[in-house]
Design a protein around this ligand. Structure first.
Ligand code: ADP
Ligand code: MG
Ligand code: ZN
Length: 201
């Protein structure tokens, strides 16, 4: 009781209480390959733009499966995006934006968490999308930290390539080793938990 009274007194003594920023949020969209993460991100970008917000879109430079300077979904929808090689580079551009969208966020260095927090602390809406697990089922890049700092986490499912169940895993069908191997259906298929376990035991 003593502690809460003390806290209350401190709050009441503040003569003004006006939050400096409104609606600042980090929204994380994650899931396996082909679960609609990029589609979801692009829809959010278009909705914010339709509402008159200034939206900047970023993607990691290593992901050049489609256009160099665009984020493209598997359904071939796209928006223009700045490719950046280090997460800190985003801080050189974000100030004039209301909303910052980042795709393939799992490929960024660990500073991406700090970068997202800084932008949200400055009043920006930050929408980020990425794979939550690598092909071994391990957390991908800075995703665990981003899940902690995010205000909202949306986990999407894909359709299992074997049984059409709800897929949570991205199974690598090629022989390549290494966590980062870029590719499409030639390299990865989405699998549900039981089909993934069946193939990995
Ligand atoms: P992500 O960014 O999560 O990889 P995209 O948003 O680029 O996904 O694309 C999702 C689209 O991929 C779906 O709308 C669907 O048309 C297509 N797709 C292809 N194969 C599958 C699958 N096995 N399960 C679900 N969607 C698939
Ligand atoms: Mg995608
Ligand atoms: Zn399955």
């Amino acid at each position: 009781m003593e502690i809460s009274q003390k806290t209350d007194v401190n709050i009441l003594r503040r003569t003004t209480f006006s939050p400096r920023v409104k609606n600042a949020q980090i929204q994380l969209i994650c899931g396996p390959m082909f679960s609609g993460k990029t589609t979801h991100l692009l829809n959010a970008v278009n909705e914010y733009r339709a509402a008159g917000q200034k939206v900047f879109v970023f993607k990691p430079k290593l992901d050049d499966r489609y256009a160099e300077e665009a984020v493209v979904s598997h359904d071939k929808k796209e928006v223009e995006a700045y490719p950046v090689s280090k997460s800190m580079e985003i801080l050189d551009y974000y100030m004039n934006a209301d909303v910052i969208a980042v795709d393939e966020v799992q490929f960024f260095d660990e500073k991406i968490t700090e970068v997202c927090e800084k932008m949200a602390n400055d009043g920006k809406t930050v929408v980020i999308a990425g794979l939550d697990m690598d092909y071994l089922g391990q957390p991908f890049g800075a995703i665990p930290q981003l899940m902690v700092v995010a205000d909202e986490v949306k986990k999407l499912n894909s359709v299992c390539a074997f049984c059409s169940g709800r897929a949570r895993f991205s199974h690598r069908v090629s022989e390549d080793n290494g966590v980062v191997v870029l590719g499409e259906k030639d390299k990865y298929v989405p699998l549900c938990r039981s089909c993934y376990n069946e193939l990995n035991t």
